[in-house]
Design a protein around this ligand. Structure first.
Ligand SMILES: Nc1nc2c(ncn2[C@@H]2O[C@H](COP(=O)(O)OP(=O)(O)OP(=O)(O)O)[C@@H](O)[C@H]2O)c(=O)[nH]1
Ligand SMILES: [Mg+2]
Length: 475
């Protein structure tokens, strides 16, 4: 006969007494129900505590600022610093963006020179024209007409690149610059943009990755036959000739078109970029321009030090006017904001509204962010960005006081201008914050990895310290 298990003492203790009366039963059931309720409550508390502890270990950082202020470039700098191998692997994907940036710059030049008026020609050629004729379109010099003909294949390349970079259902992005006859104001060069989640990268990575191929400094081993790259190679000499042509430079100067300072400018690197084995360098990736529409979130985990295990979420939003309204939902639960104000833009207007000065727009946005009640406990970090361009502009003789009367007769140099901007932005911060908070202001050129990495490390430390301090206060 098999041995019988000893009786379960717990089972025996929990079993209702044999001689239990009806009243005792009601009382017992009520006590059991209460015990279950308390136990359930404890479970819930533990669960909530665990989620909140987990939540406290997620640091949220939001990037704000007008379009072209440098938000996505700052995000790329974070990626390079904290997930370097993923950043390196993705560099090759930026080649198409850079190709498109090049093709668009060339198109801008060709559209501009083909729209030249007689009065804009050098004095000798224009002197015989009457007043009326001087507003008529001038003939392109023969050598430029030839170059323009030879660069026609780039139009096809532009459509190919748009198809590659923009999801098929993104109709708006494929509205390319439409030529509207004589009226230069009716030309629309819609910018190419990327939707949230960087699906363009996903799609391209899928197409271009060759598993197991070694990667090295200049090339990634991921290059495949690329029609656009081939076309750029074939057009390289003509593109260089066009960009360096004296007539072209003269027209660009007269029209105050400073292409060198515009986003996605690569015309001084054509020889390198048009070569067959071209793979973008880190710097190229920072200089490339791809407008953000919607929201991109980048997550990474700190691997070392006291922050080990902390997850960081950096949220990059689109900065154009129509998208500013979409920022608010991201204000909830954010630890810090990096606000980018391109202080070089004092002499520029918004792409989306030519009547609005870019600097003024940045100041108004900064004021709105500082005074927002939802953000009163959030650390605000200000990047007064594009200092490299500001420096070049001031050195080229553009006077800040012409655009900012309050600058007065101060010396027109970088140092003075930076101090001036710092005092303006910190004043707004002080006056408009709902409660006092520290001003964290930096002068940046976020395309420059060497200066930006130190700044990002300081910002990271400050944000982390504040995050831990708030978490402690909460616990
Ligand atoms: N020279 C220079 N160029 C910069 C600097 N910061 C950003 N850029 C360039 O300016 C362009 C626009 O930068 P983005 O980071 O795309 O701007 P954004 O704020 O994300 O713009 P949206 O996505 O439209 O909201 C890119 O081509 C960058 O390379 C800077 O400090 N100096
Ligand atoms: Mg962006």
């Amino acid at each position: 006969m098999p041995a019988r298990d000893p009786p379960d003492p717990l089972d025996a203790a929990l079993r209702p007494p044999i001689d239990e009366t009806a009243e005792e039963k009601i009382l017992r059931l009520a006590q059991e129900a209460e015990a279950r309720r308390v136990s359930h409550q404890i479970d819930e508390d533990i669960k909530r505590e665990r989620t909140s502890r987990k939540k406290r270990q997620v640091v949220r950082l939001l990037l704000l600022g007008q379009s072209e202020s440098g938000k996505s470039t700052t995000l790329r700098q974070f990626q390079r610093l904290y997930t370097p191998s993923a950043f390196r692997d993705e560099r090759v994907l930026w080649r198409s963006v850079i190709q498109l940036n090049v093709v668009r710059s060339i198109r801008t030049i060709l559209d501009t020179v083909s729209d030249v008026r007689v009065r804009e020609l050098p004095v000798s050629s224009a002197s015989e024209a009457s007043d009326d004729e001087s507003y008529e379109r001038a003939r392109l010099p023969f050598h430029l007409e030839t170059i323009a003909m030879r660069l026609l294949p780039l139009r096809h390349i532009e459509s190919l690149l748009v198809a590659k970079l923009v999801p098929p259902n993104e109709e708006e992005a494929t509205h390319l610059g439409v030529y509207h006859g004589d009226d230069p104001h009716r030309r629309h060069h819609h910018e190419i943009f990327v939707r949230p989640g960087a699906t363009w990268k996903g799609g391209m990575l899928h197409r271009t990755r060759i598993p197991g191929r070694p990667t090295s400094a200049g090339t990634t081993g991921q290059e495949t036959h690329d029609e656009s790259q081939e076309a750029l190679g074939q057009c390289c000499e003509d593109m260089i000739a066009l960009w360096n042509d004296a007539f072209v430079q003269d027209i660009l100067r007269k029209r105050k078109m400073r292409l060198e300072e515009s986003p996605g400018f690569f015309l001084n690197d054509l020889q390198r970029i048009a070569s067959t084995n071209y793979c973008p360098s880190d710097e190229d990736v920072f200089r490339a321009r791809l407008k953000t529409v919607g929201v991109c979130e980048y997550k990474f985990e700190m691997e070392a030090g006291f922050e080990s295990g902390t997850e960081w979420r950096i949220i990059d939003v689109g900065g154009s006017r129509s998208q500013v309204a979409t920022w608010v939902p991201f204000f909830d639960d954010v630890d810090a904001i990096i606000f980018l104000a391109p202080i070089s833009a004092f002499d520029q207007t918004l792409v989306e509204d030519k009547s609005v000065n870019r600097l003024e727009d940045s100041v108004l946005l900064w004021k709105a962010v500082c005074s927002n009640k939802l953000l009163e406990k959030v650390e605000l970090v200000l990047f007064m960005n594009k200092c490299d361009i500001l420096d070049r502009k001031l050195k080229s003789g553009i006077r800040l006081s012409k655009y900012l009367r309050s600058f007065g007769d101060r010396p027109n140099d970088l140092d003075t201008a930076q101090k001036f901007f710092r005092s303006k932005f910190s004043f707004i911060h002080r006056e408009h914050s709902p409660q006092p908070r520290k001003f964290h202001g930096y002068f940046t050129s976020v395309t420059d990895a060497s200066t930006t990495s130190g700044i990002l490390a300081s910002v990271r430390d400050m944000v982390m310290r504040e995050h831990l301090r708030k978490a402690k206060l909460l616990s």
